[in-house]
Ligand binder design. Structure first.
Ligand code: HEC
Ligand code: HEC
Ligand code: HEC
Length: 466
């Protein structure tokens, strides 16, 4: 649908929706803590071929191919990320996704007829996935990324439907319903939002036969919905089309600029480097994926074929450069090994009064065992170096604070990346807001973009946001 250039129209919708703005996918992915990430769905290859549907006696090999394609599309589109609550059965819903208006709770999309989508016809499924309209005709909140999925081909939606109906096990549980406050609880308001929001145009033909460029674009925009997190949003909380992948806040985490800018984005990364990052969640000397990105890697990108990863990476690396308001030097280019002499020569501060410790001592007591006295990490970089590290090199301290609060917990075929979180209220390892602020300022000054003057209040806000 074309985006109308009628400011008055927009204003009236905005008035209708209230200043609290639309639901939007603002806090997507920050909704569940790393340490309770849902179990990954079986990799596409592990899918058991379902029996051919009784009504359509397709040749057996076609049915199997259809199931395989459906499983792969579901993985690439990361349906499990939102439709699974921490520790819950995949696709049974119940995950709370925080928005400025309250929590949207994902629904059960297993083929259970009473609690899930068992009664959905293929056409109704298509209406939900690509158009944001539920079986009963009500509009879905755009937390469900149908704006991106609108770009899927008919054939892939068909395969996706077949897979959900035949290979996903029905689960007879009903997640709590979403209860938003007025006016966001008026689902019909979403019709107006849909009208002003630009959706992906549906692709055509067989997506498996696309050339590299088209396949890469299809993966990035229609399936993986990278822009849902990495593209900033306008006042209506729609993705800003002219700022594709230029960086966006997810509430607590910040999805950085990943355009081809050499100063603000990832313009210095190679295609192989980006493939490694998307497959394993880390790229030595550059970045590690924690929080929502760790989950996207674990559940989705790490399962893509090599060919698809290269197509995806090649596409992302040619996205037009967008300069950032704040970042003017590549995030991974900051810092070097620094041994802080104070730690060795100064009297150690009293351990029983942590609040008196300064940055270097908090680092020494909590981080140096893994990240080294000079910040260089372990020899094998299992615990990465803190210089030449985008999280410490960013001028936005959000992801460093979130990593310290929640740690890293990412499992892929490549192994388990695990760092303890220091934000738990009960743990002996707990660091206070003031301690984390001191630590972050010390780390960014020593190994990164410079002292960002993080306050205890800022840490407190991010602690609450999770
Ligand atoms: C970023 C989070 C997110 C992702 C990813 C996501 N969904 Fe959803 N989906 C939701 C939420 C939240 C709802 C409920 C929205 C509401 O109540 O308005 C929903 C609703 C639905 C519904 C409507 C079910 C009903 O009757 O209530 C269907 C069908 C659905 N999703 C299918 C899918 C499929 C298939 C995929 C993968 C291709 C997917 N979703 C990926 C968040 C997501
Ligand atoms: C659910 C939200 C979400 C989705 C979807 C998502 N990302 Fe991310 N991404 C993030 C966050 C948050 C970070 C920061 C992670 C960290 O610091 O550990 C990040 C980090 C990255 C980085 C590292 C940048 C740097 O400078 O450290 C790259 C590259 C990246 N994402 C690419 C992608 C691509 C390509 C896709 C689509 C295939 C994608 N992301 C999908 C949220 C997301
Ligand atoms: C038990 C070992 C261990 C301890 C202790 C530890 N880390 Fe980590 N750290 C890791 C591992 C492992 C990773 C993840 C590497 C990966 O993602 O592949 C990591 C990742 C990181 C990252 C990169 C995260 C990202 O998303 O970019 C930062 C920054 C970091 N740690 C800082 C700290 C700080 C600060 C402390 C002290 C408060 C600390 N670490 C304590 C092992 C540790």
């Amino acid at each position: 649908m074309p985006k109308p250039s009628l400011p008055r129209f927009c204003k009236s919708i905005y008035a209708l929706l209230g200043t609290s703005a639309l639901v939007g996918a603002v806090a997507i992915g920050s909704a569940h803590a790393q340490d309770t990430a849902p179990t990954a769905p079986a990799a596409p290859t592990a899918t058991t071929p379902a029996p051919a549907a009784a009504s359509t006696p397709a040749p057996v090999e076609d049915a199997a191919a259809l199931q395989e394609r459906g499983a792969y599309i579901a993985t690439a589109a990361d349906c499990v990320a939102c439709h699974t609550k921490p520790g819950g059965t995949p696709f049974a819903g119940g995950l709370k996704i925080s928005t400025p208006m309250g929590d949207v709770i994902s629904t059960n999309i297993t083929p259970d007829p009473q609690n899930g989508i068992g009664k959905y016809t293929e056409q109704e499924f298509d209406q939900a996935v690509r158009h944001g309209v539920r079986r009963d005709g009500a509009y879905l909140y755009p937390v469900m990324p149908y704006v991106s999925y609108a770009g899927m081909t008919d054939q892939d939606v068909h395969a996706l439907y077949a897979w959900f109906m035949h290979s996903v096990k029905p689960v007879a549980t009903q997640p709590k319903p979403t209860e938003l406050t007025f006016p966001a609880n008026v689902r019909s308001a979403m019709a107006a939002w849909n009208f002003v929001t630009t959706k992906e145009q549906p692709e055509t033909g067989d997506s498996a036969t696309y050339d590299t460029q088209r396949r890469g674009r299809y993966l990035a925009t229609a399936l993986e919905h990278c822009g849902t997190c990495h593209t900033p949003r306008n006042f209506m909380l729609s993705e800003k089309q002219d700022h594709y992948l230029a960086g966006g806040s997810l509430g607590a985490w910040y999805a950085p600029n990943v355009t081809s800018s050499k100063t603000s984005g990832i313009g210095n990364w190679t295609e192989d480097g980006l493939v490694t990052y998307l497959r394993t969640g880390r790229l030595t000397g550059h970045a590690q994926a924690a929080g929502p990105m760790g989950e996207a890697v674990e559940h989705s990108t790490s399962h893509l074929t090599d060919k698809d990863l290269h197509a995806l990476a090649a596409y992302v690396l040619q996205v037009p450069a967008m300069e950032d308001d704040l970042e003017h030097q590549a995030r991974e280019s900051f810092g070097k090994a620094v041994e802080n002499p104070d730690i060795r020569t100064k009297e150690p501060t009293r351990i029983d009064d942590l609040s008196e410790m300064d940055g270097p001592h908090i680092y020494d007591a909590n981080c140096s065992a893994c990240h080294g006295h000079n910040g260089a990490g372990t020899v094998d970089q299992y615990a990465p170096s803190l210089f030449a590290n985008t999280t410490v090199g960013s001028v936005r301290p959000d992801n460093l604070i979130m990593t310290i609060l929640h740690g890293v917990n990412r499992k892929t075929q490549d192994g388990h990346a695990g760092m303890p979180g220091f934000g738990s209220t009960s743990d002996v390892q707990r660091l206070s807001d003031a301690e984390i602020a001191k630590l972050v300022n010390y780390l960014m000054a020593t190994y990164g973009s410079g002292d960002q003057h993080v306050t205890a209040e800022k840490v407190g806000e991010l602690r609450k946001a999770q």
